[in-house]
Structures are given as C-alpha cells and as structure tokens.
Design a protein around this ligand. Sequence first.
Ligand code: NIG
Ligand code: FE
Length: 421
Amino acid sequence: MAHLIIHNIKTLYTSQGNTPLKGDRQGEMTAIDQAFIVINHDKIAMVGQGNYKKYIQSDTIFHDALGAIAVPGLIDSHTHLVHGGSREAEFAMKIKGVPYLDILKSGGGIHSTVEKTRRTSFDDLYHQAKHSLDLMMTFGVTTIEAKSGYGLNLDTELKQLKVAKKLNETHPIDIVSTYMGAHAIPKEYQSSRSDYIEQIINDLETIAKLHLAEAVDVFCETDVFSLEETRQILTKAKEIGFQVRMHADEINSIGGAGLAVDLNASSADHLMAIDENDIEKLAASQTIANLLPMTSFYLNKPYANGRKLLSSGAAVAISSDYNPGSAPSENFQFAMQLAANKMSLTANEILNAVTLNAACVLGKSQHIGTLETGKQADIVLLKIPNLEYFFYHFGINHTQDVFKNGQLVVHNQNIVSEVSQ
Ligand code: NIG
Ligand code: FE
C-alpha cells in the first residue's frame, strides 16, 4: 500500500521518542481523540486529529477503524519461540507441586525440550514456530525477540537460529535473535561443566560471523549458571560486540540483577526474587527490568515487584517468556493483563512496557515502539471502548486489525491470507 489513511480512530495512544521511560515517567502517554494516521509505504507520515481531508492523494487507500482504539504494534522482547514438541507430560508433576528446578535436575524440563529440538527437523521446527507467530500476531504482536537455547550443541543452536532467521524473512513479524547456549548444562557435560562453558565461548565467534544473533543471554540461577560463569560468558560476548541480557533472580536471589547492571546489560529479565539493593542498583542504571508475569502465573510463583521497581526509578518492560516449560501461551494480552492485576501497574505503564521500553530492550527504538512520523507503520486497532477496558476484560483477544510495515496483516482477528503462507 503506497499511501494509506487509517481514520475513525476513537483514541490513539502513544509515547514519544527513542529512550526508555523510567520510574514516574513510565505512566506518561499521549492520547489523541478522533485520530487518524497517514502512512506512506511502510512508514508513518503523520498522526493527526480531526479532519484528514487535506492529506488525501490521488492514490490514497482508506481504512476505517470503526471507532477502535489505536496503539503501537506490541513488542514481545523475551520469547523462546523456536523449540521442538511440548511438555504437557510434565504438567501433572507440576500441579502436584514438584518445583521447576527439581524437574530440571531430574533430567526433565529444559532437557526434555533439548532432546526433542535436537530430533526435530528444520522444517518441522519452522512450521511449529510459524504457527506460534501467527497466533502472536492475532494478539497484536508485531516484533518479538527469539532465543535459542534448546540445542546446547552448536549444530542444534544454529538450526534454531536459522529457523528464526528464515521466519524473520518470511513472516510479517520481525524477529530479533538471541543466542542462549547458556540455558542449561547439557546432560553430556554434567561432569565437565567448565568444558561446556569453554564450548559456548568458542561458539560465540561462529554465531557472530554468521550474523545469526544480536544478543547473548544466560540463565543465571542456582544449579544452572553461577554468577561467575555468567560473567565469563557475557564478558566475552560483549568483547565480540553482542548486546547482553540475563535471566536474573528468577527463582533464587543470587545477585543476578546486580551483575546485569555491572555488565551494562540491555535487560535483566524475570526478577521475581530480586533483592532491595539490586532494585536500587537497577533503577540507577541503563538496564531495563524485563518482567514476565505469565511465568509467575504458570509456575505459581510470586510476581516481580513492578511497583517497587517503578517507584525506585527503574524502566520496566513486560514480555511473555513464551516457552514450552514455564510459559506455554502465545496470548501476549494475558501477560499485559496479569501485569495490571498482579503487579498493579497502570494501563499507561503497561502500554509503555510493551511498546517504547520493549523497543529499547531490543535496541530498535529508532524504528518501532511509538506512533510517530518516520517510524515503522506497526499499528494495532483494538476493539475496546477505552484503554482500561483492555485490562479489565481479560483472557480474550481484543485485537480488531493489525498493520505491519503499513500492510494489513490481521483483519477482524484473522490473518490476511496472503501475508502468512
Ligand atoms: O525463561 N528460565 C529459563 N528459561 C525459560 C524456561 C525454559 C523451559 O522451561 O523450557 C524461562 O522461564
Ligand atoms: Fe525465558
């Protein structure tokens, strides 16, 4: 679509700029009533209010928003998109109360997905992940991050990253890849963990040369990767030029968030068990607190203290953590609703958490995260009377239409057939 005007928007919500909103400022939001958006090719030409007639060109195509609410395309900045199979066989254990880390230690959990991912062909991984991407897009998601980490050997890690690369090329959703060889110590290295860490450090060079990832992430946790091992891997990753990120203080408080700040990580993720000192340290840093409420919901764990992080001055993002073990759901709107109901974040704070701040986690805020002239025309139209209603009426899909790079990709909650084959 060369020239498009989306009109009849009841209210358009967006923030401005390219830098994360922190602390008290995270609740700032511009609301424009009776809004319209002018799109030129894949970019926003302007966002206006009232009469749009003077922007009409001879080739303009119109899209009637039918009084919907418009927000920037949602950004899910933490997923484990590409993986083989599923883990419903562990669900019975989980609901009996067997802890997540005990299932992992007994050879299940991440290890069972590693076995399946190693056995699954490129094409089958591609189709499984594509199905998830389609679902995510119907929930209004237009950009995601996708981690490897279910190969734990170079061949399978590369297979996962190449699946993500191909999907980035073929699917409307943009995918930013992260290498996560440090997701668990593979079974074959249980008695020689330092050899595996050396292996990861060698593989970083290969992944950089192949341009298969922009960031490196480590699961820093009791009995998984220690603070020192995490520091070793991420220091090397930084030297090579990767952005670094951490699964930090997810289950046990071991100082992960503090290390993320020391390493100038783009985000410290989970933080369900972060201690008071590290909250202050994070708040005074550039590292974004990336909170994943669906994981707390699914693992029956406490929710990260989003209010405390904000009152201390941190910048907060919200992500799904979509994965087969601790967050098996593509419903990103549910993650946002949990952030409201269980973390007491406000509608504006959450919208910023999944748009501008999430774009900053991925280092993409020059292009996405707000509805402003020059940014990518990634737009969601929501069939709701006001923003508060989105959080109140939970568990359903509020999407009406989704535009990605100026193209209609979801219409009335259905994928537009030619965009996803
Ligand atoms: O973010 N914590 C580590 N990784 C994932 C879970 C992975 C899995 O269980 O398969 C997470 O929760
Ligand atoms: Fe995760």
